[in-house]
Design a protein around this ligand. Structure first.
Ligand SMILES: [Cu+2]
Length: 225
């Protein structure tokens, strides 16, 4: 092979490698969790939104991260935090919480706010304060917060040493869980940021970072249409 041909081969290989790297990075950055729509209910103006919070999602690039799953109209679970909801509607939320909990950094987050009646039902019992220091003794695992709608719903954790503790998602109802139900109203169409305010990103600075700031885990958007 002549010197020129060798130089040409090196240059072509170099740009091929650069091209592959760019393709991989762009592909990684473009990966977005799916958007799941709330399902209709038998009551006009009310839709059902069913979610679960898991200590380890068990799927995707970060199987050990905490995260949310959202259920579609056919009962399938999707690891995502992108949710489509109808505008000016009553959203009836059922949330199965499967993770263990801890104390809150600020007690103000123990108050249920922004839901219909400012209450959430914990295993069927209406509560306006979800106190990590009482009741189950298992602390607060996660919360559902929509700042623009004034919504704060803290969720009791389950015992991390429960025999049927869910170690990997998506979890199912035979495993230890807290069932939270509450209703909230969507207003006008728009995109509303939501997230969990309980520092639950173990291993990250101050518990924030990693899953706390990642779409599909502990932060997402309500797409109100
Ligand atoms: Cu969380």
């Amino acid at each position: 092979m002549s010197k020129g041909a060798r130089a040409g081969a090196v240059i072509v290989s170099f740009f091929a490698v650069i091209g592959l790297l760019v393709w991989a990075v762009v592909g990684y950055l473009r990966t977005s969790p799916p958007t799941v729509s709330a399902s209709t209910s038998s009551t006009p103006g009310v839709v059902n939104l069913t979610m679960q919070t898991d200590g380890a999602v068990g799927v995707g690039p970060h199987p050990n991260w905490v995260g949310y799953f959202v259920q579609d109209a056919n009962g399938g679970w999707h690891q995502t935090t992108l949710i489509q909801l109808p505008a000016n509607s009553d959203i009836h939320v059922t949330l199965y919480e499967y993770d263990s909990g801890g104390t809150l950094r600020n007690n103000v987050w123990s108050q249920v706010e922004g839901t219909v009646g400012n209450v959430a039902y914990v295993n069927g019992v209406a509560e306006s304060i979800v106190n990590p220091n009482t009741s189950t003794g298992n602390g607060i695992a996660h919360s559902f917060n929509v700042p623009a709608l004034g919504i704060n719903v803290p969720m009791y954790g389950v015992s991390g040493s429960a025999k049927n503790f869910c170690s990997s998602g998506p979890c199912n109802l035979s495993e230890a869980h807290t069932t939270m139900t509450f209703d909230f109203k969507t207003g006008a169409a728009g995109t509303y940021r939501w997230q969990c305010f309980v520092p639950c990103g173990l291993g990250f600075l101050n518990g924030n970072g990693g899953p706390m700031t990642a779409l599909g885990y502990m932060a997402g958007f309500l797409k109100v249409v």
